[in-house]
Ligand binder design. Structure first.
Ligand code: NAP
Length: 498
């Protein structure tokens, strides 16, 4: 037990409160479970009711606050996040497990999003369109939707909440945020900083708790107008089915089974480096992780040999140590799930060329570590090639030519991110045109999205609007269009009847 573990609270209407349930959730360091990161409330229905009530009450004054003023508050949040990047980045590593460079990157994404959305406070533009009638003008404006429930996973414990909170707030919505119960302390620190930046009471509320209870009750709450969810496809699809008939705006960013195609004309050293980062960065716990490497038959053996040799050299360990390449899985259940998939791969007849076991030597048994694992000769029908594993396990599949490689890549229920390594302009153009995913990379792995472009996928990977910046990004998620016709002719004019 951890007698001195720090206790954290919910934020409701500007006050930090315990739950009326008196129940709690303990957050542990996945690299060393004797390190308790903190204890947070397990919220009751009453807590959720109070948070939703507070968000509803705050909506009108916040909606009427000029958007540039809302943007200024978000700008201050960006500055505070930057000032606290080091401490927050270390906390991400301790609570989620990713290596420190990635922990810092997680916070940097939040900083980038805050600066970007602060600028939207002075844009949020619609269109002015000429009227067919004299002395009449027509324009479209973005209006906020209301009180939003934001539900987020553990793999980007600062970045993903920031991707939702900042666009929601700059657009004039209020928020009830339920973070993952595996990374609640990161979420609390993020909310503390945003609150310090000057967000008025009730505009941003935080309720901790489990998905099945708190998340489910919050997302279907009658006081909630919109839900933005990121997490697994089964949970997202269930949530959308429950919320859509209730008339709520719903957007879900979900899982992936992302392919990298390696053509026979590719620079193989670059492709190996990209496949390593794509497969084993964040221990494979990214929605955009490369879990299928589809390799042209002419370079298959050479690529596999180079890839497996490089994977064997990756060093597992605590993400806070400078020499660590790959950190732990986030929790025991996730580790067990990944080990089960490794057994499935063996039973299905795939060839295990490296890894495949829990790593326990050198103090690693205090955490949830799995060796970087490569399966070769994987067939597209195998479960390890079709289902999202969300761990350091990747499947190498042989392809005959570019058409065959693209057909294998697209033969998936998912469609988030895909990539091709090639130096042939035709191969690149065909892949850009025909890969069926929300994001396509050329000569880069499937991970590495930038915040100023829309982020999201097709098929089981995404539902509703895209996240992040750019045309068709998060502002579409958090606003509705309103069209205004203003007639100043002082007479009744009838459209289509002149
Ligand atoms: P998850 O189990 O689906 O949980 C995501 C969030 O939903 C958590 O806050 C969870 O709470 C909550 N939740 C669970 N059941 C719920 C319910 N019935 N009603 C409402 N909320 C519920 O996913 P995860 O394991 O945290 O994250 C990994 C998954 O996220 C992977 O599939 C990954 O691909 C996906 N992901 C997608 C993207 C993207 O942008 N496409 C980005 C990152 C991750 P608890 O934590 O308490 O269970």
């Amino acid at each position: 037990m951890a007698p001195h573990a720090k206790k954290f609270k919910n934020l409701i209407n500007g006050k930090w409160l315990d739950s009326s349930s008196r129940k709690t959730i303990k957050s542990l360091n996945p690299a060393d479970t004797s390190d308790v990161i903190g204890i947070v409330p397990m919220s009751s229905k009453d807590d959720v009711d109070a948070a939703v009530k507070s968000a509803r009450k705050a909506f009108n004054p916040w909606r009427l606050t000029p958007a540039p003023k809302r943007g200024e508050i978000i700008f201050r949040a960006a500055e505070l996040l930057l000032k606290n990047k080091d401490a927050l980045g270390r906390l991400v590593t301790r609570e989620m497990g990713k290596i420190l460079k990635e922990g810092m990157g997680d916070v940097q994404e939040a900083v980038d999003m805050a600066y970007y959305m602060a600028g939207e406070g002075r844009r949020l533009s619609g269109e002015t369109i000429p009227s067919e009638l004299p002395s009449k003008d027509c324009r479209s404006v973005r209006v906020p939707i209301g009180a939003f429930a934001l539900i987020t996973p553990w793999n980007f414990p600062v970045a993903i909440p920031a991707w939702k909170i900042f666009p929601a707030l700059v657009s004039g919505n209020t928020v009830v945020f339920k973070p993952s119960s595996y990374t609640p302390v990161c979420a609390t620190r993020l909310v503390e900083l945003i609150t310090k930046a000057g967000v008025p009471d009730g505009v941003l509320n935080l309720v901790h708790g489990s998905g099945e209870e708190t998340g489910d009750y919050l997302s279907t709450h009658p006081g909630i107008d919109g839900v933005s969810f990121t997490g697994s496809s089964p949970v997202g699809e269930r949530l959308a089915r429950a919320c859509q008939p209730l008339g709520k705006e719903v957007s879900c960013e979900m899982g992936g089974k992302n392919p990298i195609i390696v053509m026979d004309d590719a620079r193989l050293d670059l492709a190996v480096e990209g496949a390593l980062w794509g497969s084993f960065g964040t221990a494979g716990q990214r929605c955009t992780a490369a879990s299928r490497i589809i390799v042209h038959r002419r370079v298959y053996s050479r690529f596999l040999d180079m890839f497996a040799r490089a994977a064997k050299k990756l060093k597992l360990g605590d993400g806070l140590e400078k020499t660590t390449d790959v950190g732990p899985l986030v929790n025991f259940q996730q580790m067990e799930k990944v080990l089960d998939y490794i057994e499935t791969g063996k039973e299905e007849g795939a060839r295990l060329v490296c890894g495949g076991r829990r790593a326990v030597k050198g103090g690693l048994k205090k955490g949830f570590f799995i060796e970087p694992t490569v399966f070769a000769d994987v067939k597209p029908w195998m479960r390890i090639a079709r289902e999202e594993i969300f761990g350091p396990v990747t499947s190498v599949i042989m392809a005959k030519d570019i058409e065959d490689a693209i057909a294998i890549a697209n033969d998936s229920e998912y469609g988030l991110s895909s990539s091709i390594y090639t130096r042939d302009v035709r191969n690149s153009a065909v892949a850009e045109r025909d890969l069926d995913s929300g994001i396509v990379y050329v000569n880069a792995p499937t991970i590495g999205a930038e915040i100023q472009l829309p982020f999201g996928g097709v098929k089981k990977s995404g539902l509703g609007h895209r996240e992040a910046g750019g045309r068709g990004g998060a502002l579409d998620m958090f606003t509705r269009w309103k069209v205004i016709y203003r007639d100043f002719s002082d007479r009744l004019q009838k459209a289509q009847m002149t």
